[in-house]
Every structure is written in C-alpha cells, then in structure tokens.
Design a binder for this molecule. Sequence first.
Ligand code: CA
Length: 246
Amino acid sequence: MIRAATVERARGGEAGGRAVVLVVEDEAALATMLRYNLEKQGYVVEEAADGQEALTRIAEAPPDLVLLDWMLPTVSGLEVCRQIRRRPQTRDLPVIMVTARAEDQDAVRGLNTGADDYIAKPFSIEALLARVRALLRRASAVPGKGKLSFHDITMDLAAHRVYRNDRPVHLGPTEFRLLEFLMQHPRRVFTREELLDAVWGKDIHVEPRTVDVHIRRLRKSINGEGELDVVRTVRAAGYALDTDAI
Ligand code: CA
C-alpha cells in the first residue's frame, strides 16, 4: 500500500493528484469508517494502528496529512506529533489530532505540541472531513507571487520561505498563512473571527481561542532572542502585525 503510494507520488506528486491521508487509529472499526469516508471523498488512505508504525510509515513516505489519534499503543499521539515536528523532512506536515475528550486543555496541549488542528471524539464525519479539506487547502494554498516584507521579516511566497534578519524561520502551514495574511495588511487590527475567516476559511467552525494558540506559535517562531515582538495583541479586539507592539 505505502509502496504503491510512494511510487505514484515520486512520479507525479500526490498519488496522481490525490492527497494521501494517513489515519493513525488503533480502534479498527473507527479506522475502517474513516477510510471508507475519506476514500469516498477521493483521498488515498493509509493506515497505522499504533504510534511506532505511524512514525515508520511517515519516515518511509510522508503523507499529505496525518489524522492522529491521541491515545495510541506503543507511542502516544502527542509523542508522534512531537517527533513529526522535530524532523526537518516532516516539520511542515499537516496534522489533525483526534482527542478522546472534549476538554479544552487537551486540545490546547495538542496544538502546543504542534498539531495544526484537533477534533474531539465523538465527532461527526462531516465536521472531520471539513477540517481535513480546510487544512489541506491551507497546506497547499497556491503560493502567492513574489515577496512580502515587513520590518526585518521577508516572506518568499513562491518558495514558501520566511526569513527574519536573513535567518530562516520555519512555520507550520497555519502559521505561514496567518503571517502571510497579516503581512498583506500590516498594522491593521483583526479580530479572532476575521482571522479565522481569512486563514481557516468560512465554512469551518473553529474555536476563536485556537487563533491564540497559533499566534503564540507564530510569535515563538518569528521572534528570535532579543528581537522585537512584531505581533501586537490588542486587548478585547484582536491582533495586528506592528512594530509598535506595546
Ligand atoms: Ca485510541
């Protein structure tokens, strides 16, 4: 299965244009249900039943998106996510964490580990598919043309690279889109809802607090030691890209 996908992808990108989703889930019935629905949407589905197998598969042939269960045998979903983010080859791989509990704290922990999105069990398959679609769209957003710059930050949109003071900055797909949007409108204050619409898309329901988590991640990546915080938090309003951040 994974071999076939590798060959196809080497030949023409994502398995002949179809995105490959790796489902990491130890509950066989749930994995089967996910496979059925994802395949119906045209995705190529690969499966791993535990964390170790997931890491092996990802190292062999990174998929386009990972649907990652939190509670897994051998290596936990959180640890899998951490390792995905640690490896340069998979640092930008889109990950949706599937949590067993709807508790916000878990979700925030998952996002802090590097997941791009999360969904709590039990979820509706429509909600899950909407998130998969939205994240793949974000990750493969047709790169804009040319460059954006603000203060000492440069975004090379075609090459999908970010530099601060000529130092390369690595951002996940969501942080990249967020920064791109803010750099297109420097100094303008956006509410969390406006940022959700612009970056996540209007058709998807995401908690406004999710924006805070990604802003935090963006800040952590973009602000190096001793560098000015260019993201301004406007109390009760939202966020802006601004050198006058206080
Ligand atoms: Ca599980």
